[in-house]
Design a protein around this ligand. Structure first.
Ligand SMILES: [Zn+2]
Ligand SMILES: [Zn+2]
Length: 337
């Protein structure tokens, strides 16, 4: 081990159900067989972390436990290997994802659905996550970080970036398709605009007017300020006009119930709605089966990508096509963030 300290500073959920965070000094863990010790350099903060901390996901089987170390968008360096580990080597830059490990043998894993493996360990939820200085990780499940990628910028790609990239490829985006991005100026949305452009699509961004310049600077071809439309049908008409009959892909990067309630009216023939943001209340998406059949509409959802999709997503960012907008903050500021 190359580090000289023996202290691991870690942010824990001090009172799950509330946003209370405490930073503790813990011993640095030792990697077991098949594991490596990662010295974390950067961790993204995702809305899911907030939901784990505050028990904001009613669909989860058990509540978050007190003392949980959160975080699932980590970038770090391997500093020690447990027994039996050949790769990644000490010194390698690696990424820690939403899933910290999966069995890789069940039918979900074999289909690339590792985050839905019954044996999956979830970073920051019953598995210590990336809001700490040192983290134990399963060696085979870490993602190698390509050379040339800004390590701080890579952190949010481990969850947000790969999720929007995966949403685009699994909805079979084609050159010239209109991709509508709701919540386009946010954490997921600003990456969705860039990945859609990198994959050859045209982008219609929807957000508050204060995000217009930002979205355009990322490559959005068109922008609609939803606050300018008092009637939902006027917003739908504007979308249909810009996209000549409706978007082919709608990426729901906003968790707003109003957005979900209107989303299907924004799609054209064989449109594909991809649910990403989790609304706080259920019941906002109520499709008309008749209209779905009439327009051959697909509705799907993405939890996170798999190892291959992470690699593809990182390669596109390493090529320079995607730039994460981020602000660096200290671990002690996590509660404020
Ligand atoms: Zn996340
Ligand atoms: Zn599995």
């Amino acid at each position: 081990m190359s580090q000289t300290t023996t202290i691991n500073r870690a942010a824990i959920y001090a009172d799950p159900g509330t946003p209370k965070i405490e930073v503790l000094e813990l011993p640095i863990p030792e990697p077991g067989p098949g594991e490596v010790l990662v010295r974390l350099l950067y961790s993204g903060v995702c809305h899911t972390d907030y939901a784990f901390c505050t028990n904001g996901f009613p669909h989860l089987p058990v509540p978050t436990q007190k003392g949980q170390i959160g975080g699932h968008e980590g970038i770090g360096e391997v500093i020690a290997q447990g027994t039996g580990v050949k790769t990644p080597q000490v010194g390698s830059k690696v990424g820690i994802k939403f899933a910290a490990d999966a069995c890789l043998a069940c039918s979900n894993c074999l289909e690339g659905g590792e985050t839905s493996c019954a044996e999956a360990k979830i970073s920051g939820y019953y598995t210590p996550g990336t809001f700490q200085q040192y983290c134990i990780s399963t060696a085979r499940y870490l993602s190698p970080i390509p050379d040339g990628l800004d390590l701080a910028a890579a952190a949010p790609l481990m969850c947000g970036g790969v999720t929007v990239y995966t949403a685009l490829v699994r909805s079979h985006v084609r050159n010239g398709d209109w991709v509508l991005v709701s919540g386009a100026g946010g954490g997921l949305g600003h990456l969705a605009i860039q990945y859609a452009k990198a994959l050859g699509a045209r982008v219609l961004a929807i957000d508050h007017g204060s995000k217009k310049q930002f979205c355009q600077s990322l490559g959005a071809d068109e922008f609609l300020d939803f606050t300018m439309f008092q009637e939902d049908k006027d917003l739908s008409n504007a979308v249909l006009q810009i996209t000549s009959g409706g978007a082919r892909i709608g990426l729901m990067c906003s968790s707003s119930p109003r957005t979900y309630a209107n989303a299907l009216s924004w799609l054209g023939f064989r449109g594909h709605l991809v649910c990403l943001g989790v609304p706080e209340v259920e019941g906002s998406l109520t499709p008309s089966i008749g209209e779905m059949i009439n327009n051959e509409i697909t509705i799907s959802a993405i939890k996170a990508g798999n190892r291959r999709e992470v690699q593809e997503c990182l390669q596109i960012a390493a090529s320079g096509a995607v730039k994460t907008h981020y602000e660096l903050r200290k671990l002690d500021d996590l509660g404020d963030i």
